[in-house]
Design a protein around this ligand. Structure first.
Ligand code: SF4
Ligand code: SF4
Length: 243
């Protein structure tokens, strides 16, 4: 096994850490780390690419910008925020990771995330699979009809799309209408049995936001806006985010 020697050199001015601190509330708290390791112990990405959240933060504190902005580990972080939850100092490591991702030229970012973000921007569904509003509507209506007929106890079940004045605006995992449409039904059944007044939107129904994982602010915002605009237009009071 070969050991890689890391040269620290002099701490530079205007480091990556400084830039991140500028955008965090009250100057951030990234330099308050106690090195306790609680973040690393619960992080699902610990050990991948020879990195963990505590190490990542220490490297930021040491001004190792080149390493931070080139390690593929940043793409392993799930943005789950578990590290913030357990951190005694509430240090926002995912924000640091997000900003490191943002330094990568777009075309060099992971193809899966990039492609899913581009698909979601393709039409007004916001679907990571690129499914159009018409195709989504067709699948939902088709599956609903099938269950109403096959299971008489659910003959009155509904799966509304663009129902004006519904209480709940529900979004949907993009993959299910395409690859596993039956997987949509259990939630419909629950909503039916509890008598919920709900609807999908024909626009903005896609539940994931790969553009957030891509660290592309404008696209992330666009997808969120598209969904919330539709919820507002339908007069829904509660946004049910399934993703
Ligand atoms: S949990 Fe917080 S204080 Fe502890 S090592 Fe991680 S970032 Fe530092
Ligand atoms: S947000 Fe990222 S760094 Fe923090 S625990 Fe989750 S995967 Fe690990």
């Amino acid at each position: 096994m070969t050991e890689k020697t890391i040269k620290l050199g002099k701490k530079k001015k205007n480091t990556f850490m400084d830039k991140v601190k500028e955008i965090l509330p009250e100057g951030g708290n990234l330099n308050l780390c106690l090195t306790c390791g609680a973040c690393s112990s619960g992080c699902p990405a610990t050990g991948l690419e020879n990195m963990d959240p505590r190490k990542f933060l220490r490297m930021a504190a040491l001004g190792m910008d080149d390493e931070l902005t080139s390690t593929p580990w940043v793409w392993m972080c799930t943005m789950c925020q578990r590290c913030i939850y357990v951190c005694p100092m509430k240090i926002d490591i995912p924000q640091l990771v997000y900003n490191a991702r943002d330094t990568w030229p777009r075309e060099t970012r992971p193809k899966g995330i990039l492609g899913s973000c581009d698909m979601a921007l393709k039409n007004e569904s916001g679907s990571a699979m690129g499914t159009s509003p018409d195709d989504f509507t067709f699948v939902v209506e088709d599956v609903l009809e099938e269950y109403q007929e096959a299971q008489p106890e659910f003959k009155d079940m509904q799966a509304p799309i663009d129902k004006q004045g519904a209480e709940f605006f529900l979004n949907q995992n993009s993959r299910e209408p395409v690859t596993e449409p039956d997987e949509m039904v259990p939630l419909w059944k629950i909503l039916h049995l509890v008598g919920a007044n709900w609807t999908y939107g024909s626009k903005g129904w896609g539940g994931e936001n790969y553009c957030m994982f891509l660290a592309e602010d404008a696209s992330w915002k666009h997808l969120v806006q598209q969904s919330t605009d539709q919820a507002h237009e339908l007069g829904c009071k509660t946004f049910l985010n399934t993703e």
